[in-house]
Ligand binder design. Structure first.
Ligand code: 5AD
Length: 354
């Protein structure tokens, strides 16, 4: 009953409430297939058939934080730490551009070596030598620092809220505050970034109602980009013996994220592809329109161990990209050629879609 009413609302593009989202997240079997069909319709209408590539460069795995789920956490002594040089990072960005990947995502732990000055220099160097849009994913900083990074030429910023439940958030992040996280997201928007956020699915103690609130927060934040992946236990963390989040629930979250955000760019995440070998393809059919090939040099990649057995640990993108292109074309989609900026209206102007 709840499911049918909620699905009808979604089909009619009516605003979903908390109970609607809870009902849709619990869909199984035939109902789940209907949810994915509706989400795929939103995807086609609001973002079209193009799939955007974002080349991920994990340039440092040093981290000052102690997030209880993450393998990069500061107390993890078993991790071999690395930092890529500016030259190595610029080379990775140039390789992206040569492959037709027009966005580079620079991700690291919260590494104090990378002061805002060093980061700004890195951004300018990449912009000088490679024709790519830049997305930063380097954690919490002050508004002034965000402004400097924006002025240096960075286009977008990813900062997940991880969970919209303040109690769960507090338990997972011994040195961080939920309110501060949201403040950072507002600051990022104010200094002019296209902003991405999102959460993990299946965290210990997380309920369906909490997941529904994660979805509603995406709508409230009016994000340009959404990242949703399953929690995957890392053995060298305090949460190492908890069960992994379900790939099925993650796919339903992706579908709901598409329905409530409409135009946001949503990747088929590596975490999902890790939890389910067909996760990427399933996500493309349930609302996703982005994929993030890993461009971190192989000798570093195995050390960027946020969770274990990450997909593509040894895959080189040169092999993988042609296969992706044929898969997408066979399913009526195609790889985008443009930068893939936000499709949302900002300050009275529409950002280019190509
Ligand atoms: N399982 C799944 N995702 C994780 N992340 C960090 N640790 C894990 C884990 N154990 C995700 C977080 C973070 C992103 C960089 O990686 O969502 O924002």
């Amino acid at each position: 009953m709840g499911f049918e009413v909620a699905l009808l609302k979604a089909e009619r593009e009516e605003v979903l409430g908390l109970e609607d989202v809870v009902a849709l997240l619990q869909a199984r079997g035939e109902e789940e297939a209907e949810l994915f069909r509706v989400a795929d319709g939103y995807r086609r209408r609001y973002v079209g058939d193009e799939v955007h590539l974002r080349g991920l460069v994990e340039f440092s795995n040093w981290c000052a934080r102690r997030c209880r789920y993450c393998g990069l956490r500061a107390p993890n002594r078993r991790l071999v730490r690395y930092r890529m040089s500016v030259e190595e990072t610029v080379l990775a960005a140039r390789r992206a551009a040569e492959l037709g990947i027009r966005t580079v995502v620079l991700q690291s732990g919260e590494d104090p070596y990378f002061t805002v000055r060093r980061l700004a220099e890195l951004v300018s160097a990449i912009k000088e030598y490679a024709d790519v849009a830049i997305t930063l994913s380097v954690g919490e900083r002050s508004r002034e620092e965000y402004r400097i990074l924006r002025d240096a030429g960075a286009d977008r910023y990813l900062l997940k809220y991880e969970t919209a439940d303040p109690g769960l958030y507090a338990g997972l992040h011994p040195d961080m505050r939920y309110e501060r996280r949201l403040e950072c997201l507002r600051d990022l928007r104010e200094v002019g970034f296209q902003v991405g956020s999102g959460c993990m699915v299946g965290l210990p103690g997380q309920t369906v109602e909490m997941l529904a609130r994660d979805i509603l927060l995406l709508r409230d934040l009016d994000v340009d980009m959404v990242g949703i992946g399953p929690f995957l236990p890392h053995p060298d963390t305090p949460l190492g013996s908890y069960p992994a989040g379900s790939a099925e629930m993650t796919l339903r979250m992706v579908a709901l994220a598409r329905i409530v955000t409409r135009q946001a760019h949503i990747p088929a995440t590596t975490a999902l592809a890790t939890a389910d070998p067909l996760g990427r393809e399933k996500a493309f059919a349930a609302g996703a329109n982005v994929v993030m090939p890993n461009l971190t040099p192989l000798r570093y990649r195995k050390h960027y161990s946020i969770y274990p057995d990450k997909r593509c640990l040894s895959e080189e993108v040169e092999r993988w990209l042609p296969a992706l292109r044929s898969y997408l074309e066979a399913s009526g989609r195609r790889v985008a050629m443009g930068y893939g900026h936000s499709l949302k209206r900002r300050n009275g102007t529409v950002e280019e879609s190509t």
